[in-house]
Design a protein around this ligand. Structure first.
Ligand code: SF4
Length: 405
């Protein structure tokens, strides 16, 4: 159990990359503006990637870049130059979904590790070995593997294995879907998925409408939340645990990365103890991010009706993100914060951070930088000094336990 396992987090932009690393990710993955699925989710030019690599290095973390389009003929234009640029910025690995690009990376930019994308639906050790022989340094398994299969795959594969532990699921076999193409002309395999499976549909049998207007039907799956499988995955020899969600907010990234970081660290420190309480604490914390309803995907076997997202109603948001800490003055016992959401004097708030446990407190004092009293924080990016019941650090976050209606 003392073997280090990588916690791999998504980064939709530089700010979220830094949040993921500060909150405990060992590595982050991001997409550039070309050659990447979810290219719409990316703000990363080469200069941003270079800055991200530098920042991650300060924390001993790695940066992986997706180069995972299913390439058509014209998609190879400029690819060699792009790969060389990634290599020269110090990117650790590229995530690739094409055998030809696996081979190309090895020739053109050999310092880059090649991680085979989940888009290739690797579900058995023979497939993993095939891609290993082709040059893949790691294989990201299909989300459609059970825990039993992951155990066997790790035992019978030379290539390090990466598995998903958290985030969205495709209701079709991951990435092998043309729903979005058919309905919106947006190609899911070229970064444009419109998530058509999660739209709300009327059900018909022939011409007879089965659904009622207030009970529409979604084809989506509940999200994956696999905190109760982290111990199994470590023991199975999985090399990396991956969180999905390059479109998610910085608050989501902070909460989810921190929850899995704390769970992994607890498991390493207490290898022989019952992990139930630590798993439960992680699950409770994960529910404080803005998740859809969650399940354990395929890990326990084929998902059942209870794992289907029938109406795509969001799960209850139990916490609102309110502000980020910029500074702390120990002499005043106050923190300088930057406001992101409406709150006011007298409310019960909660601060948390990479090194700050969940700290509830009542907001008793608030003043602007000129010393004027503030009763209500309601301007985006407004800066205020507030009372702090503990030592707060820059990049700690403040949230409210219950949604204010
Ligand atoms: S439409 Fe749904 S199932 Fe298809 S690729 Fe997009 S998320 Fe996956």
């Amino acid at each position: 159990m003392n073997r280090a396992i990588e916690l791999l987090a998504p980064a939709g932009d530089l700010a979220r990359l830094k949040t993921a690393v500060r909150y405990g990710a060992d590595a982050v993955y991001l997409g550039g503006k070309r050659f990447s699925l979810r290219s719409r989710a990316s703000n990363f030019e080469i200069a941003d990637i270079a800055e991200g690599v530098q920042f991650a290095r300060e924390y001993g973390a790695h940066v992986h870049v997706t180069v995972n389009i299913i390439p058509h003929e014209e998609d190879f234009d400029g690819l060699n130059d792009y790969l060389r640029q990634l290599e020269s910025t110090g990117v650790h690995a590229v995530i690739v979904a094409s055998p030809s690009i696996v081979k190309r990376v090895k020739t053109v930019a050999p310092k880059l590790e090649v991680h085979l994308s989940t888009q290739m639906s690797s579900t058995n050790s023979l497939a993993v070995q095939f891609y290993r022989n082709l040059g893949a340094d790691r294989v990201v398994l299909a989300r459609e593997c059970t825990m039993e299969q992951i155990r066997s795959l790790c035992a019978h594969s030379e290539a390090p294995i990466e598995t998903f532990i958290h985030g969205g699921m495709c209701v079709n076999y991951s990435g092998r879907c043309t729903l979005s193409n058919a309905m919106t002309l947006r190609d899911a395999n070229r970064g444009g998925c419109a998530q058509s499976c999660r739209w709300r549909y009327h059900l018909y049998q022939d011409s007879q409408k089965l659904s009622e207007d207030h009970l529409l039907f979604s084809m989506g799956s509940k999200d994956l939340m696999a905190a109760d499988y982290v111990k199994d995955m470590i023991e199975a020899g999985v090399a990396s645990l991956k969180i999905e969600g390059r479109m998610k907010s910085a608050y989501y990234i902070a909460v989810v990365v921190r929850a899995y970081r704390q769970l992994i660290d607890w498991l390493r420190a207490h290898p022989d103890e019952d992990p139930s309480a630590a798993v439960q604490a992680a699950q409770q914390e994960l529910m404080r991010a803005e998740n859809r309803p969650a399940c354990t995907g395929f890990l326990a076997g084929i998902p059942g009706p209870q794992d289907h997202l029938y109406d795509n109603a969001p799960s209850r948001v139990t916490h609102d993100f309110l502000a980020q800490v910029l500074d702390y003055d120990p002499a005043r016992g106050q923190a300088l914060i930057e406001v992101r959401n409406h709150f006011e004097i007298g409310e019960m708030l909660e601060a948390f951070g990479p090194h700050l446990k969940n700290t509830p407190f009542v907001l008793e004092t608030m003043e602007d930088e000129e010393g004027e009293l503030v009763a209500v924080a309601n301007k985006p990016l407004q800066r205020c000094w507030i009372n702090a019941p503990a030592v707060f650090h820059p990049y700690d976050l403040i949230r409210r336990k219950e949604r204010k209606l």
